[in-house]
Design a protein around this ligand. Structure first.
Ligand code: FPP
Length: 244
């Protein structure tokens, strides 16, 4: 007789987790620190969550680092965030690559400063054959723009005759989104107590479980991630069907 190990009973972790990392500013304010200090600690939390995701065997982790609306912030804060992205890519690419992480970016990142575009291209190219966790970083990302752009590409294809109207369905449409080839998220987490999606993965999160947590992003740890996954495992995913 084989005795099942405790791991054999553990439910599978969600395949794809997406996170809206919110609360950096409040974390800094509560300590009398400048907002950039909150973002810096936010990068530490991000590093921790990537490691935790790898340990837990999560296949895809998507992080909302900079939305298309974040340009409305004061220019100094935008510069700070771009500076942190630069540093992250320069300092951490080697370790991420060594750990088998595959990096992908979504959003209109090609419109960022040329040196950042180069760092992103390098990160994607260097890690493209890795088979560990896929880390998807959303930068200058907004779902509305992504959906409008997909519609425009499809309209062009129909008008030049390379696609027929009948070919437009959910699968074709999804293949024109930035997330082409990435499965939809099973779980979307937002920290800091806010309960909204803020233009994040509106198409892709159609059947995701949403978990809102009071923790501010810089305080988010592996145990916070486990708590969110535990909540996810208590939900019943029905995809529009009736209760079984
Ligand atoms: C929201 O907190 C957080 C952001 C807009 C930026 C998230 C960015 C990072 C964690 C670091 C940069 C990313 C990389 C990939 C290096 P908020 O500032 O809106 O917080 P608040 O609502 O408390 O003011």
């Amino acid at each position: 007789m084989t005795i099942p190990s405790p791991e054999a009973d553990a439910p599978e972790p969600p395949r794809h987790i997406a996170i809206i990392m919110d609360g950096n500013g409040r974390w800094a304010k509560a300590r009398g620190l400048p907002r950039v200090a909150g973002h810096q600690r936010g990068v530490d939390a991000l590093r921790g969550v990537v490691e935790a995701g790898q340990e837990m065997g999560i296949d895809y982790l998507t992080l909302y680092a900079f939305s298309s609306e974040n340009w409305k912030r004061p220019p100094t804060e935008v510069d700070d965030l771009m500076g942190l992205l630069r540093l992250y890519l320069r300092r951490e690419l080697r370790d991420l690559h060594r750990n088998g992480v595959r990096i992908r970016f979504i959003g209109e990142w090609r419109r960022l400063a040329p040196d950042i575009v180069k760092l992103i291209e390098d990160a994607e190219r260097t890690t493209s054959d890795n088979s560990g966790l896929t880390l998807v970083i959303a930068v200058n990302y907004g779902s509305h723009r992504e959906i409008v752009e997909a519609s425009r590409q499809i309209a062009v294809a129909v008008s030049d005759g390379s696609m027929s109207l009948d070919e437009i369905d959910e699968t074709t449409f999804a293949s024109h989104l930035h997330t082409d080839g990435i499965p939809d998220p099973d779980l979307v987490i937002r920290t800091s107590g806010e309960q909204r999606l803020s233009n994040f993965l509106l198409w892709q999160a159609c059947y995701a479980e949403l978990v809102f947590m009071d923790v501010l992003w810089p305080d988010f740890t592996k145990s916070s991630l486990e708590q969110a996954i535990d909540e996810y495992h208590h939900r019943e995913r029905r995809y529009g069907a009736t209760r079984s």
